[in-house]
Design a protein. Structure first.
Length: 682
C-alpha cells in the first residue's frame, strides 16, 4: 500500500495563523485547542463566512482542501470530502446529528437546509471519527456551531445583513435580535429570507432557466446560567425551501460540452426542517467527571418531490423523518491525562408516500430506525512531549420497515435487521516545539451501518437509473492511516498529513440487467466494494509584511473501488464515483491597520476530471463525454468598515466570465458575478 502526503497549511490572514489554532469541540466532544489535537482540522469562522459571501453552508466548504462541493442543482450542495459524500459524512448542529436513516447514497441536498447566517463557525474534522461520532463518520465530520446571545453588559443588540448577487439574481436578508437580562439569561432570535432567480453561467451558456427558488429560515436560542458553572440552552431552528428545481433532468437544462438534456417537464423539491433541543452544560468538582454536556433533541425533516414526465404523467412522492435524539458527554482529568466518554442514541420514525406506489414512497413507509453507541477516549500524557490518544466505541443499529414493495412479486413485504460493531482509534502527538511545531499520526476505523435508504429505496437514483430495495446488507468498514505535522510561526504556519483509507464491503449500486417502464436501468445494492482513497492536500499562507500576505492550496486525490458495472457477475476495479480532480487556489491579500479594510485577488483552478467510473459515464446529463473539463477562474474581493457599526463587502467573481462547472454538478457555476454584502450591528 502506498501512503500519500496530505499537507494543509493555514487560512489566509495578514499575520498567518492556523485556522486549527482555534478552540473546537468536534474532535473530542469537549473544548480543545485545535493545534493540540492529532487530527487534520479546518475552522471556518463567522468573519470568513461574511467576507467570502458564501451562498450556502456547502459552499462555505469550497475553499477547504480535500473538499469538492458538487451541486446537482443551484439549490442543492453535497461536499465530497476525501472522496466521500452524502451519508458517508456526518453533519452536526451543536452536537446533534443532521444525518438520518432516509439519507440516500451519493450527493444529497440536506446540508443546504442549515442557515449559514445563524452560525458562529463551521468545524471540519477530516477522516474517520467513528469512535467519537459513530456510524457514517468516514470521510469527515462537519459541525455547525450556532450563535450565542452576546449582549451581556449592554442589554440589547442585533444585526442586519443583506447579500445581493448579479449572476444569481439573488437577495438574502438576515435580521437578528439579541437581548440579555443581567449576566444570567440571554435570548437570540433571527430570521433569514432568500430569493434566487435564474442562474447566469459564463459567456456562452448565459441564462440557465428553471434554476431559481425561495427559502426562509428562523432560529431562536435561549440560554440561562443556573449558576457560574451551569448553562441550560434551548434552541429551535426552522427552514423551508420551496420548489427547488432539479434542472438537469428537465427540458430546461443547458447542454455543456456534450451533456444531454433531460426530458422531464418539471421536477421540483420542497424541503422542511425543524430542530429543537435542550442542552445542559455543567462543570463538576471531582467524582466521575470534571464536566458534562447533556442533550435531548427532536429533529423533523421532510421532503416532497413534484415530477412531471415528458408524457405528462405527474408523480408526487416524499417522506417525513422524526428523530428523537439524546447524548451525554463527560470529561475527566486523570493522573495519566484527559478522558472523554459518553453515550448517544437516535430513534427515527419514518413515513413516506408516493402517488405511483401504494406501498411506500422513496423509502419504506411505517418504519423505524435506531442508532445507539457508547464511547471512551483517553489522551495519555507521555514523557518527552509525547501524548497518545486511544479510543473505542460500541455501536448498535436496527431497522424495522413494515411497508416495503417487493420488486419481484409487487406485493407488500417487511424488512427487519440489526447490526453491531466495535471500532477503535489510536492517535499520537509529539510537541517538537510546544508553541510552533507538532507532529501527529494515527490509525482510525470508520463504520457505516446500512440505513433505510440502502435497504428499502424504491426511487430514481442517478440519471437514467432506478433503485429497488436491497435487504440483507452488512455494514461498511474503513481503516485510515495518517501522519502529519502542524507549524504555527510568526509569519507562516502549516499542517502536513499523510493518509490512506482502505475500504471494505462498501455498499455499491449493482445493475440487475432489467429496465423499468420508463426505460431506466434497474439497480440494487450489495456489499461488493473493496478499494481505497488517498490524497494530497496543501494550504498555506505567508506574511510578506504587516499588511500583505500570500496564500495557496492544492488538492490531489486518488481512489478505486471494486464494482460490477454490468449485470454480469464480473468485478472491475474502477475510479471512485466523481473523483475530485487536481484542484487549487492561489491568492494575495491586503489588510489595512486595525482591520479597517481588506482586499484579495484569487485564482482558482481545476484539472480535467476524466477518471470516470462506469456510473459517471452513464450520467450524461451532468458529466460531459470524457469527463468534466478543467478551468481557471479569477476572483477579486474586498471590504471595509464604513462606520463603527457598519461593514461593506464586495466581490467580482469569475472575472473572465468563464463557462465551467464543478465535477458531477447539474448546472454551471455563475459567470461574471458581482456580490455585495452590507452588515449593520447595534
Amino acid at each position: 500500500m502506498l501512503i500519500f502526503l496530505v499537507a494543509q497549511l493555514v487560512a489566509p490572514q495578514a499575520t498567518p495563523r492556523l485556522s486549527t489554532g482555534e478552540t473546537i469541540v468536534t474532535a473530542t466532544r469537549s473544548t480543545e485547542e485545535a493545534f493540540d489535537l492529532p487530527y487534520a482540522l479546518d475552522v471556518i469562522g463567522r468573519e470568513q463566512l461574511r467576507e467570502r459571501g458564501y451562498r450556502t453552508v456547502p459552499q462555505a466548504l469550497r475553499d477547504t482542501p480535500g473538499v469538492m462541493v458538487q451541486e446537482t442543482s443551484f439549490g442543492q450542495g453535497s461536499p465530497y470530502v476525501r472522496g466521500f459524500t452524502g451519508f458517508r459524512n456526518v453533519f452536526l448542529i451543536d452536537g446533534v446529528r443532521l444525518n438520518n436513516s432516509a439519507f440516500r447514497d451519493g450527493p444529497t441536498q440536506y446540508w443546504n437546509t442549515v442557515d449559514g447566517q445563524s452560525l458562529q463557525r463551521i468545524e471540519v474534522l477530516k477522516g474517520p471519527a467513528a469512535v467519537i461520532h459513530g456510524s457514517d463518520a468516514i470521510g469527515a465530520t462537519v459541525q455547525a456551531v450556532t450563535l450565542d446571545p452576546s449582549s451581556y453588559g449592554r442589554g440589547f443588540g442585533g444585526r442586519a445583513h443583506w447579500r445581493g448577487s448579479s449572476a444569481e439574481e439573488s437577495h438574502t436578508v438576515r435580521i437578528e435580535g439579541d437581548a440579555t437580562h443581567g449576566d444570567r439569561t440571554g435570548v437570540l432570535f433571527g430570521v433569514t429570507g432568500r430569493h434566487f432567480g435564474e442562474l447566469r453561467g459564463g459567456r456562452d451558456i448565459g441564462a440557465q432557466p428553471n434554476t431559481g427558488y425561495d427559502e426562509w429560515a428562523a432560529d431562536l436560542k435561549v440560554e440561562h446560567f443556573l449558576d457560574a458553572d451551569t448553562r441550560l440552552t434551548f434552541l429551535h431552528q426552522r427552514v423551508r425551501q420551496n420548489d427547488v428545481p432539479r434542472t438537469h433532468s428537465t427540458i430546461f437544462a443547458q447542454p455543456f460540452k456534450g451533456t444531454s438534456v433531460g426530458s422531464d417537464l418539471r421536477r421540483d423539491l420542497d424541503q422542511e426542517r425543524d430542530l429543537t433541543y435542550l442542552q445542559l452544560e455543567r462543570a463538576l468538582e471531582g467524582g466521575f467527571a470534571d464536566s458534562m454536556h447533556l442533550s435531548v433533541s427532536w429533529h423533523d425533516q421532510e421532503e416532497s418531490r413534484d415530477r412531471i414526465r415528458s408524457n405528462g404523467n405527474r408523480e408526487l412522492q416524499g417522506y417525513e423523518v422524526g428523530t428523537l435524539g439524546a447524548f451525554a458527554n463527560f470529561k475527566k482529568s486523570t493522573e495519566l491525562g484527559e478522558l472523554v466518554y459518553g453515550i448517544d442514541a437516535y430513534h427515527d420514525e419514518v413515513n413516506s408516500f408516493s402517488s405511483t406506489n401504494a406501498v411506500q414512497g422513496p423509502v419504506a413507509d411505517d418504519a423505524t430506525y435506531d442508532l445507539a453507541g457508547a464511547f471512551l477516549q483517553h489522551e495519555f500524557a507521555l514523557a518527552d512531549a509525547w501524548s497518545l490518544t486511544l479510543g473505542g466505541r460500541a455501536t448498535y443499529a436496527a431497522a424495522d420497515a413494515d411497508s416495503v414493495l417487493d420488486p419481484v412479486t409487487s406485493t407488500q413485504t417487511s424488512i427487519e435487521d440489526d447490526w453491531s460493531a466495535v471500532t477503535g482509534s489510536a492517535r499520537v502527538l509529539y510537541r517538537a516545539d510546544p508553541d510552533r511545531l507538532h507532529f501527529f499520526g494515527g490509525v482510525s476505523q470508520g463504520f457505516r451501518a446500512p440505513n433505510l435508504s440502502d435497504l428499502t429505496r424504491f426511487d430514481t437514483a442517478r440519471s437514467n437509473e432506478f433503485e429497488i430495495p436491497a435487504p440483507g446488507l452488512e455494514p461498511e468498514d474503513t481503516l485510515t492511516f495518517e501522519l502529519g505535522a502542524k507549524f504555527d510561526g510568526e509569519r507562516a504556519g502549516g499542517q502536513v498529513a499523510v493518509f490512506y483509507t482502505a475500504i471494505q464491503d462498501l455498499i455499491v449500486r449493482v445493475p440487475t440487467g432489467n429496465t423499468n417502464a420508463e426505460g431506466d436501468f434497474e439497480i440494487t445494492k450489495d456489499n461488493l466494494g473493496d478499494g481505497y482513497v488517498a490524497g494530497l492536500e496543501l494550504e498555506g499562507a505567508f506574511a510578506l509584511d504587516e499588511h500583505w500576505s500570500l496564500f495557496a492550496n492544492a488538492t490531489w486525490l486518488d481512489g478505486e473501488v471494486e464494482t460490477y458495472p454490468t449485470s454480469d457477475p464480473v468485478a472491475v476495479d474502477e475510479p471512485i464515483d466523481r473523483l475530485m480532480p487536481p484542484t487549487g487556489r492561489l491568492g494575495v491579500r491586503w489588510e489595512a491597520p486595525e482591520g479597517r479594510a481588506w482586499g484579495e485577488f484569487v485564482a482558482v483552478f481545476a484539472d480535467d476530471a476524466d477518471e470516470l467510473s462506469t456510473r459517471d459515464q452513464r450520467d450524461t446529463q451532468r458529466i460531459p463525454p470524457g469527463g468534466t473539463p478543467g478551468f481557471v477562474v479569477l476572483h477579486a474581493r474586498g471590504g471595509w468598515r464604513t462606520g463603527e457599526r457598519s461593514t461593506f463587502d464586495a466581490a467580482l467573481e469569475n472575472l473572465t466570465d468563464e463557462d465551467y462547472r464543478i465535477h458531477g454538478s447539474g448546472t454551471n457555476m455563475p459567470g461574471l458575478n458581482l456580490i455585495v454584502g452590507w452588515t449593520y450591528t447595534w
